[in-house]
Design a binder for this molecule. Sequence first.
Ligand code: MF3
Ligand code: CO
Ligand code: CO
Length: 293
Amino acid sequence: MKNKSVKIGRNDDCPCGSGKKYKNCCRNEKQEISIRDEYKNRYGVILKTPEQVAGIKRAGDLLMSIMNRVEKMIKPGLKTDDINTFVHEETIKAGGICAPLNYRGFPKSVCVSINEVICHGIPGERVLEDGDIVNVDLTPILDGYYADASRTFFVGTPGADAKKIVAVAAESLKRGMEALTPGATLGDIGHAIQSYAEGCGCSVVREFVGHGVGIDFHEQPQVLHFGKPGKGLPLVPGMVITIEPMINLGKKELHVLEDQWTAVTNDGSLSAQFEQTLLVTQDGYESLTPYEL
Ligand code: MF3
Ligand code: CO
Ligand code: CO
């Protein structure tokens, strides 16, 4: 006998027996599955399940507990290698792994970037000095899940330039996060950051970008910190991305030192950065590495 498939209308009772209308029940789930497939197959973006989100959040909790203790250590005279030792030991103690260590040959467990260093500073013998600004970027892996976040701290008493660049970088991340609304696109994030930071007379680094994160260190999509409203991939619930604008007090151009990692401003001006791991939700976002900005 020929199988006559019956078409279910949007307003019919859902065949799963839930008592809800089909459109509010399994039809919707089917759509969600197709969005998941589309983002994976077309864009390489892995939308996270609630279980994966819970895992990334646990990694984020560990990250923030270490970050809060690093904050208390920051003072003039501290060697950057002492931050590395602390982060490494505390991560291991908690059952985690430091993702930076041996990542594409990176030799240490954390990035520590002082003053004109934009990102990827390698901890070593350099000592923090009064008036410095220092970014600490942590990426623990816990039970296979990655969280990625950074903050820029003042060392001792900041001067006017230090205060300005740290404030602008923090507000840049905040504006980027506030762009995470239903229907928004990646371009909206970049535009929110770029228009604010440039409006303050600062510049936005182009060479390094935010990224998908959670199952791996750097996943799709790339999250540019500059761009045009409405352009780029639409945000959908289940996306987990970082936003991590690097903002320079002077010009945006940079070079990488001979160690192949340390990125510094060409004009020697100060650079600051803040980063959080962010889940896109139905009505906005949730930070999985939350802290005040
Ligand atoms: N944590 C950085 C980021 O935000 C990446 C550092 S890569 C490393 O994406 F190898 F330098 F650790
Ligand atoms: Co990152
Ligand atoms: Co990072």
